[in-house]
Design a protein around this ligand. Structure first.
Ligand SMILES: [Zn+2]
Length: 73
């Protein structure tokens, strides 16, 4: 599984672990995180940008991890 540390802007391979939390807006959320080998901060799973031509360019689906992945409550 590939992860992206936003702090270091580095992609790295890791097993990762599931993190669950309750978001005020989105409710129960979960995502896979892994500690960055450089800074040790939990990094989100890296998702390649979708290439689909059908997706609206302003698309901002209310999916957990996409919108509230930056929450650190
Ligand atoms: Zn890092």
């Amino acid at each position: 599984m590939l992860f992206l540390c936003k702090a270091c802007n580095v992609k790295f391979e890791a097993e990762g672990e599931k993190q669950e939390w309750l978001d005020a807006t989105f409710g129960p959320c979960s995502k896979i995180v892994a500690a960055c080998p450089s800074c040790g901060v939990a990094a989100d799973e890296y998702r390649a940008p979708k290439q689909s031509a059908n997706a609206p360019s302003h698309g901002h689906a209310p999916a957990c991890g996409a919108c509230c992945g930056g929450c650190h409550h």
